[in-house]
Design a protein around this ligand. Structure first.
Ligand SMILES: Nc1ncnc2c1ncn2[C@@H]1O[C@H](COP(=O)(O)OP(=O)(O)O)[C@@H](O)[C@H]1O
Ligand SMILES: [Mg+2]
Length: 337
C-alpha cells in the first residue's frame, strides 16, 4: 500500500522575513508553497496536515508524532532563522524514525557549503569555476584567479547576498565586496571566477535511476549592457521588479541535443556524487570556452508551481499534483525493504 497521510513541514519563523531588508523573501514563498503543495496533495486524494516549524522544536516534533502520518513532505529551508540548520531538521526527524521526502542531512549540509561541494565536484572531474574561500579581506589572492570575479556568502542559498555589486573587476572592488559579505552575512566569502555566458537549471528526480527533466535556461538578453548577467536576489524574488521581468526562464532551453545530453550527464553525476535523494536542481553556467561548469547543487530546490523545478516537470508532462505525488511515491519507496 502506498502512502495516504502526509505531513507538510515548512518554516514559520519571522526572523527570516527580515533577511534582505524589506524586499520579498524566500520565507514568504515557503508558506505559499506549503499551501499549494497541500492543495496538490488533496487533489490526488492524500490526507494532509500542515505543521510549521517556528522556535519550538519540541512542539514541532510532538505535533508530527501526534499527526501520525505515513511520510513527511519536507519544505524546511533552515530553522530558527538559520539556513545552516536545514540539515538539523532532517537529521532530527530521521533520528526519531520519521520518513521524509528529499535529501538527508549530510547532503543538505554539504550543499550549503559551496566550497566543500566544489571540492567534491572537482575531485570527481565535474567542471566548476576556480575559487577561494576567504575569512578576511586579503591583501593579495593566494590563488591565480582571473577577473572578473563573483563574491558570495559561502553558506547561503536563494541568491542571498548576490546583487549587481557581487561581480568585481579588480582587487579594490574585490576587497570592498569581501568586507561587505563578511560583515553583513557573518560568514566567509567564496570568490569564484565569473563565468560570462549562458545559465541552465537541470531538475532531477528519482533514486536508483534518477532522470533529468527538460533543461531550463535563464534568458538574460533583455538586461541592459552594463548589468552583470546574473540571477540577483531581486531577479529571483522581487516578482514585480524590472530585473525579475527581464530574466525569464525558457524551458525547454533552445540547445542542441549534444549540449542537452552533456548538461544532463553532468547534473546526474553531481546529483549522485553528492548523495541527493528524490529530487534536486543543478545550476550550471557555460562560458565562451563551451565547458558547462556547475555553480551549485540544490538538494532542496524551490518546488512551488512557478519555480524552475515545476516548470521543467510540466514540460516533461507532469502536472503539478502529479509532480507532488511522484515525489511522495519516490521518497516512500526508499523506505520499502
Ligand atoms: N561563477 C559564477 N559565474 C557567473 N555567475 C554566477 C557565478 N556564481 C553565481 N553566479 C550567479 O549568481 C546566481 C546565484 O548563485 P548560486 O551559486 O547559484 O547561489 P544560490 O545558492 O544563492 O542560488 C546564479 O544563478 C548566477 O546567476
Ligand atoms: Mg543557485
Amino acid at each position: 500500500m502506498g502512502p495516504k497521510k502526509i505531513i507538510i513541514i515548512y518554516n514559520d519563523d519571522p526572523e527570516i522575513v527580515l533577511y534582505e531588508g524589506g524586499s520579498p523573501v524566500p520565507h514568504i514563498g515557503v508558506i505559499d508553497t506549503a499551501l499549494t503543495v497541500e492543495k496538490a496533495m488533496r487533489a490526488k486524494g492524500f490526507s494532509t496536515t500542515l505543521i510549521p516549524l517556528n522556535y519550538d522544536a519540541w512542539e514541532f516534533v510532538e505535533a508530527i508524532k501526534k499527526a501520525d502520518a505515513d511520510i513527511i513532505f519536507n519544505l524546511c529551508e533552515g530553522a530558527m532563522g538559520e539556513s545552516t540548520f536545514e540539515m538539523n531538521v532532517a537529521a532530527m526527524l530521521e533520528l526519531f524514525g520519521f520518513k521524509l521526502t528529499g535529501s538527508g542531512p549530510f547532503t543538505l549540509s554539504l550543499a550549503l557549503n559551496k566550497g566543500r561541494t566544489k571540492d567534491i565536484l572537482i575531485a570527481n572531474d565535474i567542471p566548476t569555476a576556480p575559487y577561494l574561500i576567504l575569512n578576511e579581506v586579503p591583501s593579495r589572492l593566494s590563488k591565480d584567479l582571473r577577473f572578473p570575479l563573483i563574491v558570495k556568502p559561502v553558506h547561503e542559498d536563494a541568491s542571498i547576498g548576490i546583487d549587481e555589486e557581487a561581480v568585481v573587476k579588480n582587487m579594490s572592488g574585490l576587497r570592498k565586496r569581501i568586507d561587505y559579505v563578511l560583515k553583513k552575512y557573518k560568514q566567509p566569502a567564496i570568490v569564484e571566477e565569473y563565468i560570462d555566458g549562458r545559465e541552465f537549471n537541470i531538475a532531477i528526480m528519482g533514486n536508483c535511476r534518477p532522470m533529468a527533466l527538460p533543461v531550463s535556461e535563464i534568458d538574460f538578453s533583455q538586461l541592459s549592457g552594463s548589468n552583470p548577467k546574473i540571477c540577483t536576489y531581486e531577479a529571483k524574488w522581487a516578482t514585480d521588479s524590472a530585473v525579475y521581468l527581464k530574466t525569464p526562464a525558457i524551458c525547454p532551453a533552445n540547445i542542441s541535443k549534444e549540449l542537452e545530453k552533456e548538461l544532463c550527464n553532468i547534473s546526474l553525476n553531481a546529483y549522485n556524487i553528492l548523495g541527493c535523494r528524490d529530487y534536486a536542481r543543478v545550476d550550471i553556467r557555460m562560458g565562451e570556452d563551451g565547458i558547462p561548469r556547475v555553480l551549485e547543487v540544490n538538494p532542496n530546490p524551490d518546488i512551488s508551481p512557478d519555480a524552475g523545478f515545476a516548470r521543467s516537470a510540466a514540460v516533461a508532462g507532469f502536472d503539478y499534483p502529479h509532480l507532488i505525488s511522484e515525489i511522495i511515491n519516490i521518497a516512500y519507496s526508499r523506505y520499502k525493504v
